[in-house]
Design a protein around this ligand. Structure first.
Ligand SMILES: [Zn+2]
Length: 438
């Protein structure tokens, strides 16, 4: 007769259980990272679930029939805390602003996890606890796989850089492109015989790390990323048209259409489209419609119900269990689809959304809104070479969002590099006497 109790408590099996618990904690934590990537606080149930799994993992490692292994408890809890801090850095870094420590970890995010290899080996050797060793081994295997995925550059394609991209790059690099690329770890930049190319991202590769390129270094959005944003814009718009949903370009996309003559802002990091929940278009029908089409056509769709928006990303959904590893990526080619509803605020007919946007005023019910007649009925505008739906009065709409929108503001670009590129843009405009290559 087999004694099940003996099997469960056998060192190998309990080590495997501890490793499996770590994997569950890791996946739950990755799922949690979708919130900071979107600049919002994680929900309480999701946070508690992750914290609970981490506690169970640490308990599995440190508690046995012999009692509590205090060393294993401290080592496992400390190891998970530090490693998860490293893993979270790129997601936390999505929010612009200067946080040098997080910026540093995010910049080295593709291999920072491997720095834990040394401590893991020492701890695994010094602490004779099979369950701890199981956790350390599986954690390091995951970090190694993540590192190798970054190193793999297959699927990347060389893009020429436009005149304006090159001008901005050279200005920020102060002429020394090679040193600049080396100093900031810009692996996409290819320099040979005086020619400058960009080894661009593709649908199957990791996206270019735009937090680094746009915000920290003040460069233009990479040509590959611009292409993919354009693809997303056309794709989602065609879905919305098929679904008969009233929608319009919003935010930076509308600004590009109006001010930059139908181009993306030079440092654009996403596409903004708003959709009206009205008539046959309900939140549920929108989620189902976009979700089904996205899954079928190879786009990643994430739904934030409480905040009333859906993100559609260019990268295809990966198979379970590692589909949430995308939340470790430093960049993301994404379209934000934000739901608006009819509302009456201070006696005026409004369209309102849950999330704040620019200077959009608060409504009586606690949302953020624009007077209905500014947005509806929608009009059309040229954007990225096609006709897209836009608010009825696009300039007025932009003034609600940004005030004086004609004034170029280097949103998300850090102050020091913004000043350098302001000069580059002035010089570029004078030199070329032509609009930006957006
Ligand atoms: Zn790219």
């Amino acid at each position: 007769m087999t004694d099940i109790g003996a099997i469960i408590t056998s060192p190998v099996i309990s080590g495997l259980i501890a490793a499996a618990l770590y994997v569950a904690t890791y996946l739950s934590f990755l799922r949690l990272l979708r919130y900071p990537r979107n600049w919002i606080l994680p929900t309480l149930p999701a946070s508690l679930a992750t914290a609970g799994l981490a506690a169970i993992t640490v308990a599995q490692v440190s508690v046995s029939s012999d009692g509590l292994d205090m060393t294993a408890l401290v080592v496992s809890a400390g190891f998970i805390a530090v490693l998860f801090g490293i893993i979270a850095a790129p997601a936390v870094d999505f929010r612009p602003g200067t946080r040098p420590a997080i910026g540093f970890l995010a910049k080295h995010g593709d291999y920072a996890g491997l720095c834990m290899l040394g401590p893991a080996l020492v701890a695994g050797y010094v602490v004779p606890n099979v369950k701890l060793q199981g956790v350390l081994a599986v954690a390091m295997a995951i970090e190694m796989a993540w590192f190798l995925r970054h190193r793999w550059t297959g699927g990347r394609r060389l893009h020429p850089l436009g005149d304006h991209d090159l001008l901005v790059l050279k200005t920020q690099a102060n002429g020394d492109l090679e040193g600049f690329a080396r100093r900031h770890g810009i692996r996409e930049l290819v320099l040979s015989d005086g020619a400058v190319g960009w080894l661009g991202c593709g649908k199957q590769t990791l996206p270019c790390p735009f937090n680094l390129h746009l915000s920290r270094l003040g460069l233009n959005t990479a040509p590959c990323c611009r292409e993919h944003m354009k693809d997303l814009c056309y794709y989602v718009t065609s879905c919305l048209r098929d679904m008969g949903a009233v929608h319009w370009l919003d935010g930076g996309s509308l600004l590009g259409a109006v001010r930059e003559d139908g181009k993306l802002l030079a440092w654009e990091d996403d596409i903004d489209i708003s959709v009206l929940l009205d008539g046959d278009t309900t939140w549920a029908s929108l989620v189902t419609g976009i979700g089904e089409r996205g899954a079928q056509d190879g786009y990643f769709v994430d739904v934030f119900k409480k905040m009333g928006y859906i993100t559609i990303s260019y990268d295809p959904p990966k198979s379970w269990p590692f589909r949430w590893e995308r939340n470790r990526m430093r960049g993301e080619i994404r379209l934000d689809l934000v739901a608006f509803r009819h509302a009456v605020s201070h006696g005026q007919s409004m369209l309102e959304r849950r999330l704040p946007k620019g200077a959009m005023p608060l409504t009586e019910s606690g949302g953020y809104g624009v007077p209905q007649e500014i947005a509806l009925p929608t009009s059309t505008i040229n954007f990225l070479g096609g006709d897209f739906d836009c608010p009825n009065k696009p300039e007025t709409y932009l003034r609600v969002l940004y005030g004086d929108f004609e004034e170029v503001e280097y949103t998300y670009v850090e102050a020091v590099v913004a000043e350098t590129r302001r000069q580059a843009d002035v010089a570029g405009k004078a030199q070329m006497q032509a609009p930006m290559d957006g």
